[in-house]
Design a protein around this ligand. Structure first.
Ligand code: ATP
Ligand code: MG
Length: 397
């Protein structure tokens, strides 16, 4: 049986909301682990524990991807019996030293939630350090950057846990604790990274994709589905809304001035997004826009497109360079999916010379040529709703 102890950082800052945040994290943790198989997970002493027969490497991989977890350790459980604790520390050290025979330095880090425990943290560290030196007299205690580090936490009700290393988690806040948002997800590199950033800040995503069938093929939709499946390792249950966008694009192409085309597409996306936000109870839009990256992302043009949105538009990548975004996309694993060469709806009827500093009144005049209400209603009526729960295969193989 493996025992994982999970620590969370930022949640602790949340004062009276703390319990609610913890509940969210525990709920997410259980949902993510349910995908793997049987486990018993619960909260104790500002920690979460997972007891399971499941493969430890697999569990560790899942834990490392759940927003809200600061770090975690594979642990052993003991009683408060000092002699037993000494033996347990020796067993852990033996495992480590067999793998790392060159080890010279170590330290014991003890903490105590049970203040009735007879030794304070310092004395307990010294006591257990003694147990190590008794077996391996050549080792030296080193408080700063030791090679081997052993942790012990004394809990109430006669429980103690010991562990060797802390594996880093994603940090951030549990998904859902910052509310629901609508992520405008193209098949590109940027928007999946933006979604992940907001997941880490506790936002739950409803994904929205605009698709220009028949001008672009089914492969483009498949690519977005792959992205959503991949991203659901950070958020276990997801909805993807696919909006038919070709009709609106055709009307814009036929009736409006060419240089405003992309901006009119963007404004139409926001209008459709507004309607769907009410229906799916999302509180903001999330996009992958970065200042000045392309013509539609100058501050003037962003201002013009934003005007059509009834909800705040959050742009977590706004100050990043493309190379920084690509680095993140590689880290989170969306990059290889994003670079598959299938077009996005925005490439349909690309203007030869797009406007870089549009004026709102000009865009409004262009829009007046369209029967926007009817076009938006038609697009909303045609939305395809896809729901995902990550399968084991999608995650790991
Ligand atoms: P990305 O790599 O995310 O596609 P980009 O640099 O290619 O971004 P644009 O194509 O101008 O930039 O898109 C800007 C943002 O608009 C995207 O990040 C995304 O949030 C949204 N967007 C663009 N096309 C679509 C689409 N087909 N469906 C949903 N959202 C879209
Ligand atoms: Mg794009």
């Amino acid at each position: 049986m493996n025992l994982f102890v999970i620590r969370y950082a930022e949640i602790a800052l949340k004062g009276s909301n703390r319990e609610w945040f913890e509940k969210k994290l525990l709920h997410n943790l259980r949902r993510h682990l349910d995908v793997l198989g049987k486990h018993h997970s619960w909260k104790i002493h500002s920690r979460m524990l997972v007891e399971t027969e499941l493969d430890a490497t697999l569990v560790a991989k899942v834990l490392s991807q759940i927003p809200g977890i600061a770090n975690f350790s594979l642990a052993v459980q003991e009683t408060h019996d000092l002699e037993q604790l000494g033996k347990a520390v020796q067993t852990l050290a033996e495992g480590y030293l067999t793998k790392h025979p060159q080890t010279q330095t170590f330290r014991i880090q003890a903490s105590r939630a049970d203040k009735f425990f007879p030794l304070n943290s310092m004395n307990l560290s010294a006591h257990l350090g003694g147990a190590i030196l008794e077996r391996w007299p050549h080792l030296k205690v080193q408080l700063k950057d030791p090679q081997m580090e052993l942790g012990i936490e004394i809990w109430t009700q006669g429980r103690a846990i010991l562990y060797l290393e802390k594996s880093p988690g994603l940090g951030g806040l549990p998904v859902g604790s910052s509310g629901r948002m609508m992520s405008l997800l193209s098949g590109g590199i940027d928007s999946p990274v933006a979604s992940w950033q907001m997941n880490k800040r506790g936002a739950e995503m409803v994904y929205l994709n605009f698709h220009s069938y028949p001008y672009i093929g089914e492969e483009s939709k498949e690519k977005v589905i792959q992205l959503v499946k991949h991203l659901s390792r950070y958020q276990p249950k997801t909805i993807l809304l696919v909006v038919p966008f070709a009709e609106i694009q055709k009307e814009i192409k036929t009736l409006c001035s060419e240089r405003y085309r992309t901006l009119l597409y963007r404004r139409a996306m926001n209008r459709i997004g507004n309607r769907l936000s009410f229906k799916y109870r999302t509180k903001a839009f999330v996009t992958g826009e970065a200042l000045g990256q392309v013509a539609s992302q100058t501050i003037e043009n962003l201002t013009c497109t934003e005007e059509a949105a009834q909800f705040p538009i959050l742009r977590p990548l706004i100050g990043l360079e493309k190379s920084e975004i690509i680095k993140l996309a590689k880290e989170i694993g969306t990059y290889p999916i994003s670079i598959q060469p299938y077009p996005d709806c925005c490439t349909v009827f690309l203007p030869r010379k797009p406007e870089t500093r549009a004026k709102l009144e000009d865009l409004l005049a262009e829009e007046a040529k369209l029967d926007l209400n009817a076009l938006v209603a038609q697009a909303v009526a045609g939305v395809e709703v896809l729901k995902f729960e990550t399968s084991l295969e999608d995650r790991f193989f």
